[in-house]
Design a protein around this ligand. Structure first.
Ligand code: F6R
Length: 255
């Protein structure tokens, strides 16, 4: 893992956006992985800015979302496909149909998850995946207690995750869906490159477990310790519980 402890959201967004821009310059038809939630928003803003400045094109790329709520109406603004459309997909030049997510309205959610896994596999897996991390250590919607090798699956959300996400649903937890379809930890592990963004004190414990804790289903993000190309971009608050902070700074500065 490469761990960068950075002084501003802007710096975090620039580094992550550089990774997408560099990949698309080398491989215009790359398969991109997109996350929702607050963490990647500034990265998407920076990518949109670069697109508008003619510095990057997504015209030949394809993209897979990490996850989708089950049961929200297809036009719900907090549906992840709609969120991604508003924040990046609809603002750059992706070809029509190039950005896909799990079918949260499918009659059989597990069958939809299996189809989603196959679609990612058929594309030869994701080239570059951006991730956020939940306060309970989830990545995508892989909640504690699941398999570290899971394929795409349906997932019951923890109360903690629903509480955290209530801010997107008028602060009303009863409006937050109880279930999602998510890429599995095994699916995410197949991505060739991963970049995880975390900011704020509320992420510090999960970040410390992910980077320095024992690999365990209790902290799903610890599976990233097995991946050989992961970049973790943190602000000071998110990094505050890391023991080896000085070492990570020295390694990052040496690169
Ligand atoms: C979103 C996702 C989640 C979020 C995580 C952090 O597609 O898969 O794992 O990345 O819940 O959410 P934020 O960024 O809103 O703190």
């Amino acid at each position: 893992m490469r761990v960068a402890i950075l002084s501003s959201s802007k710096e975090i967004a620039n580094i992550a956006a550089d990774m997408y821009t560099d990949l698309l310059a080398k491989k215009p038809d790359a398969v991109l992985g997109l996350a929702t939630g607050s963490s990647p928003l500034q990265v998407y803003q920076e990518l949109v800015r670069r697109f508008e400045a003619g510095q990057v094109s997504f015209a030949k790329a394809r993209a897979f979302l990490l996850d989708e709520y089950v049961g929200l109406p297809s036009d719900h603004p907090e549906g992840y496909r709609n969120f991604i459309e508003q924040k990046i997909a609809g603002l750059v030049d992706f070809a029509s149909g190039a950005v896909v997510g799990p079918e949260g309205q499918a009659e059989d959610a597990q069958e939809a998850a299996d189809r989603y896994q196959k679609a990612i596999e058929d594309e030869g897996w994701v080239d570059l995946q951006i991730l956020g991390i939940g306060t309970d250590g989830h990545i995508a919607f892989n909640e504690p207690g699941g398999s570290l090798f899971s394929t795409a699956h349906t997932q019951v959300l923890t109360k903690q995750t629903r509480q955290d996400n209530a801010r997107f649903f008028d602060d009303d937890i009863s409006q937050v869906p109880t279930m999602a379809i998510t890429q599995g930890l095994g699916t995410i592990s197949k991505a060739k490159k991963l970049v995880l963004v975390a900011e704020g004190k509320q992420k510090a414990q999960a970040v410390a477990q992910m980077v320095e804790g024992a690999v365990s289903a209790m902290w799903p993000a610890t599976v990233l310790q097995f991946h050989n190309d992961v970049t973790i971009l943190l602000d000071e608050d998110a990094a505050s519980e890391l023991v080896l902070k000085d070492h990570y700074r020295a390694v990052w500065d040496a690169q």
